[in-house]
Design a protein around this ligand. Sequence first.
Ligand code: FPP
Length: 227
Amino acid sequence: MSESTSSDATARGCHIACIMDGNGRWAERQGLERIAGHTAGEEALADIVRAASARGVGWLTVFGFSTENWIRPRREVRHILNLHKKLFGRLEELNENNVQVRWIGRPFDERGSRTPRYVQRRIRQAISDTAGNTGMVLTVAFDYGSRAEIARAIRKASQFGEVTPTTISAHMYAPDLPPVDVLVRTSGELRISNFLLWQIQDAKVYFTPKTWPEFDADELDAAIALI
Ligand code: FPP
């Protein structure tokens, strides 16, 4: 499969957001434990980061862990947290691809934040070690919920003055995150699940029956083709 295709011109600078669903189902189909599906999902994500960056995608935002995911079995949560550590630790690869890492989610110092310190450290490290990169911006949503993000933005906007779409936008977790061009959801689920509700206002949506570990560069091209 080629790393660069005719979709390059369309892809340039665009914002793709992914709800990476179906890891558990993928694993079950292979006769593996669910957590093996998350491991495969992290590897699929690393491949998609490379492919998206090669196509000139400007912004890739992925739903790594929702505020609702904490209720999953402890072992599964620990495994997913370790995979975030792994992803944020892929610094050589990220730097080679000129990828800048960012994070959105419940601020670590906010009441209710449950992000362990070792994950916080990895996130901060990855952000600072890739801050000089000028290529694709990879934003990982971790301990993220969109309604909480919007409620917080409205609260902040009202503290400082008028509440308008512009002032709300200015108080989102990442105010410079551009509108999403295509929202991808894998594994045949036709739902948005509280992801980037503010930013997908005018997005195309790419639903695919493939599970996230099966989501490859051809799938990415099909999503980009919707733009
Ligand atoms: C949905 O699969 C996926 C998640 C809850 C977590 C997403 C995590 C990864 C893709 C791992 C790597 C990503 C990062 C950012 C390190 P599911 O378990 O809900 O699948 P199912 O619907 O088949 O049960």
